[in-house]
Design a protein around this ligand. Sequence first.
Ligand SMILES: C[S@@+](CC[C@H](N)C(=O)[O-])C[C@H]1O[C@@H](n2cnc3c(N)ncnc32)[C@H](O)[C@@H]1O
Length: 251
Amino acid sequence: MDSPSSTSTDQTTPARDHGEAVETLDESYVKPFWAEKYRREACKNWDKFYKRNANHFYKPRHWTEREFPELQFDADEHKTLCEVGCGHGSFVAPLIAHNDTEQFDPARVTAFVADLTKDALTETVPRQSVDVASCIFVLSAIPPEDLATAVANVASVVKPGGTVVLRDYARYDQAELRFKASNNRLEDHLYCRQDGTLAHFFTREQLDELFIANGFHVKSSAYVLRTTVNRKTSDEFQRIFVQARYEKRLQ
Ligand SMILES: C[S@@+](CC[C@H](N)C(=O)[O-])C[C@H]1O[C@@H](n2cnc3c(N)ncnc32)[C@H](O)[C@@H]1O
């Protein structure tokens, strides 16, 4: 996740040295009682996170239109976008602002609370009605055993021919190295933060398979490398994300 005081630049070389460092660090697992509790309360801990942080934590994601052509709408186009795990709207708010004079028009935007692992999105969003759904740093927050349910839930509202755009943490992201050092591992590549929220670090293949199993084909799927620089300390962080676009197959 980008910190509020960082800048990003594209990188072209994989950060394999980080991967090797991750594999060689000796570490233990969180005790089963706590691991089970963190998994069970993963969604609830996000609610607590937003109560504490209000809307100041995530900076607006201005890069999404550049990275995902599906988000470049013509003025007269009527498209339906479903952002899952929207938090305070750091994805959708800048998108609306770029395309409209109104930040939030309740006639055009519906915000609702749903746990993707429990609540059917079709209770609120008509089945197969969405042109573009977004999963931006959301699936990494969900316990791995619930991912198939969550992705099936998203799939249920996407039109045949519609697209899911996704960016999420990749394995060997430098954030994973930091987790390794903190001994907060629930299972390989799955960690909990101090506040009980989860962070799962994926391979492209894991995410591709989840969507293929739910009726999508892969339009694009790649590792995106970024260097973020903390402006106060000048420390550099090598970030690795999975970025993908999945198109719902026509039945
Ligand atoms: C890292 S934040 C990303 C927020 C936002 N998408 C962004 O890019 O800034 C993870 C988000 O996933 C949401 N989330 C976690 N578990 C969820 C679940 N089971 N169902 C729906 N959303 C969930 C959290 O509420 C939080 O808003």
